[in-house]
Design a protein around this ligand. Structure first.
Ligand SMILES: O=C(O)c1cc(=O)[nH]c(=O)n1[C@@H]1O[C@H](COP(=O)(O)O)[C@@H](O)[C@H]1O
Length: 324
C-alpha cells in the first residue's frame, strides 16, 4: 500500500476517479466518430457496434486521464462496464489501465473476484500473470493493475492466493467489508452469537490477512472496501482496523459526503482513498454546455474540462473536511 499512500501524499488528494463508462455517459458524437475506423478493421459487421463503443470508451477515458492526472493519484476502472460489451470492451479496459499507469497513476482494478483457492490463484493473474507450471512462471503483467478488489465470501483460502500474488508483485488488494449498497445490511449487519455484526467479523479477518504485509507507512497490502454511505460504521472500522487502508466508494452519486467520510481517515489524514465515478466522468452532463451539434472533439474537450473541475472540487471538498 506504500505506493498508493505516497501517490496520495504527492497529490495531497485522497481521491480516486472511477472510470465506469456506459453508453449513456459517452457523448454520442464521440461514439459515431469511430465508425469508419472500426468498419475497416472488424470482419463481422455484427461486431461493429461493440467495437465502436470500445474505442469510444478508451478515448473517453484517455481524455479524462489526461485532464486529471496532475490532480488525482489513482483511477479505478470498473471491469463490469467493459465486460458488458464483450472482448472488445475488455481490450479497452486493459488499454485504459496501461495508459493510466503510463501517466503515473495507481490503477485500482475493480474486478470483485472470489473463488476457491485454486481458481483464486488463477484470478490473481490480474496482479501477476501466470505462465508455465511452478518454477517456470515468468512474471508478466497482462492487466496493468496495481490493485484489485476481491469478494471475501469464500473465506481465507479464497483470499490467500490474492495476498500472495500481491506481495510477489508489490501490489495490493481491497476486500469487500461494508459495501455502500442499500441491501448490504441483509448480510453484513447480521448479528453474530458473540454480539458483533458479520461485517465486523469480516473486518477482523481482513486485518489478519494483511498482518504479514505491513508497509513503511503502517498499512498492509490488504485493504478494505468501506462505503461512504455508512459514516458511523466507517469511523468505527477505522479504529477496529488500524493496519488496513480503506477504499471508500459511494461519494457523490450514491449520496456519500466528505463530512461523512472524514471519520474513515486516521489522525494523520491518511488511511483512506475516496472514489467518485459518475460524479466525475458524468460531470459534463450537468454543465449545461453540451450541444448535440458539437463535434466529437468539442464534446471530448467538454468531458475532460468538466471532469477536471469535478475532480478538483472533490479534492478541495475532502481537504476541507479530512485534513483537519
Ligand atoms: O468495490 C467498489 O469499488 C465498490 C464497492 C461498494 O461497496 N460500492 C461501490 O459503489 N463500489 C464501486 O464504486 C463505484 C461507484 O460508482 P459511483 O457511484 O458512480 O461513484 C462503482 O464502480 C462500484 O462498483
Amino acid at each position: 500500500m506504500d505506493r498508493l499512500i505516497e501517490a496520495i501524499e504527492n497529490a495531497q488528494n485522497p481521491s480516486v476517479v472511477g472510470l465506469d463508462p456506459t453508453p449513456a455517459l459517452v457523448p454520442p458524437q464521440v461514439v459515431a466518430s469511430f465508425a469508419d475506423e472500426v468498419r475497416d478493421s472488424v470482419e463481422d459487421p455484427a461486431e461493429i457496434p461493440a467495437a465502436q463503443l470500445a474505442v469510444a470508451y478508451f478515448e473517453f477515458n484517455r481524455a479524462i486521464i489526461d485532464a486529471v492526472a496532475d490532480i488525482v493519484p489513482a483511477v479505478k476502472p470498473q471491469i463490469a462496464m467493459y465486460e458488458a460489451i464483450g472482448p472488445a470492451g475488455v481490450d479497452a479496459y486493459t488499454m485504459t489501465c496501461e495508459y493510466a499507469q503510463q501517466q503515473g497513476l495507481y490503477v485500482l482494478g475493480d474486478i470483485k473476484r472470489g473463488d476457491i483457492g485454486s481458481t483464486a490463484a488463477a484470478y490473481a493473474g490480474h496482479l501477476s500473470g501466470v505462465t508455465g507450471s511452478d518454477g517456470e512462471a515468468q512474471p508478466f503483467d497482462p492487466w496493468h493493475e496495481d490493485a484489485v478488489t476481491v469478494n471475501p465470501y469464500l473465506g481465507t483460502d479464497g483470499i490467500t492466493p490474492f495476498v500472495d500474488a500481491a506481495a510477489a508483485a508489490d501490489k495490493d488488494i481491497f476486500v469487500l467489508v461494508r459495501t455502500s449498497n442499500p441491501s448490504s445490511k441483509e448480510l453484513q449487519e447480521l448479528d453474530l452469537a458473540d454480539g458483533g455484526k458479520l461485517y465486523e467479523h469480516v473486518a477482523d479477518l481482513v486485518e489478519g490477512w494483511g498482518s504479514a504485509t505491513i508497509g513503511s507507512h503502517g498499512y498492509s497490502r490488504v485493504g478494505a472496501v468501506v462505503g461512504a454511505t455508512h459514516p458511523e460504521e466507517g469511523a468505527a472500522l477505522r479504529e477496529r482496523m488500524p493496519r488496513t487502508f480503506f477504499l471508500v466508494p459511494g461519494y457523490g452519486a450514491q449520496g456519500g459526503t466528505a463530512a461523512g467520510v472524514a471519520g474513515m481517515f486516521d489522525k494523520n489524514g491518511s488511511g483512506a482513498i475516496v472514489n467518485s465515478s459518475r460524479g466525475i466522468i458524468g460531470a459534463w452532463k450537468k454543465t449545461g454546455e453540451y450541444r448535440d451539434d458539437m463535434s466529437a472533439g468539442e464534446a471530448l474537450d467538454l468531458v475532460a474540462s468538466a471532469a477536471r473541475r469535478a475532480a478538483s472540487d472533490m479534492r478541495d471538498d475532502l481537504r476541507v473536511n479530512v485534513y483537519r
